[in-house]
Design a protein around this ligand. Sequence first.
Ligand code: ADP
Ligand code: MG
Length: 317
Amino acid sequence: MSEFSLIKRYFTRATPGAVLGVGDDAALVRVGSGMELAVSTDMLVSGTHFFADTDPYMLGHKALAVNISDMAAMGAKPRWATLALSLPAEDDAWLERFSAGFFSLADEYQVELIGGDTTHGPLNLSVTILGEVPQGKALRRDGAQLDDEIWVSGKLGDAALALAHMQGRLVLDDASFAATAVALHCPVPRVALGIALRGIASSAIDLSDGLLADLGHILERSAVSGEIQFAALPVSLHLRPYLLQALGRQCALAGGDDYELCFTAPVARHADVGKLAAQLDLPLSCIGKIAAGSGCIVRAADGSVMKLERAGYDHFA
Ligand code: ADP
Ligand code: MG
């Protein structure tokens, strides 16, 4: 199959929300009046972000999910995406499943694939996502204020727990591995939450590299410090027994691939955030507070400051 028939067969769908989709030198989109365009790129590299034999359906899902998650973190509505693919071979079964996974999530979030690039080379997936957010309403990393509360959505650390099992660093029972592997392979981007937090949250970020690393970006950009209560961290029944071990604590505090939102909000909005949790049927946990200074400390249940080995994933550390 030629490059062009491959693109046509696997990556060309109707794009009613764009002025022009796949097939020209560039796609054309129009943003609504009073809206800003939010743009973000995330790359998944074989051997770094996933094992080469990962189910291609899950890879298609995840490549788009991690990008949609960046729109969620900005409070933007994801609208369009481009996909740059480098493939070691033209493997129809692989492409069939990869594109099915990609488009299943695209359909769920009404994201249209409007372009990309396809080349021969080591397996590498790069998605650029474009979204819309009303002018001045984006959730940024630099807005956290003194005394704001720190919140996270969902549960932390399950993806890292599944990965630790796959790497032989601990052994999960079958049911726990099955449940946590879903978190690792099929993250759920929190778009509805991001949009609902416009006007409530003072800052936000999505958790891709681990809570402490990603919260650290908010603290640095906002020039404040953070204090986390370890006992307040939302963890699943699968992770809870491991919190007695350093590895389990690392999963909760520094595990990557959660794709939950971490955000700050004024204390006065505490009840509003609680209402959102009920409306969205999504747990939102208040895990700490913003203070003056820099850095972040984590307090154990007895009030002592916990010592931590590693804040999160860093490709060049
Ligand atoms: P050009 O040579 O002008 O860069 P290409 O030949 O690379 O164009 O691509 C032809 C068309 O197919 C373009 O509209 C491009 O955006 C689209 N395209 C290429 N690869 C993909 C892909 N993997 N997914 C979606 N669209 C793609
Ligand atoms: Mg061209």
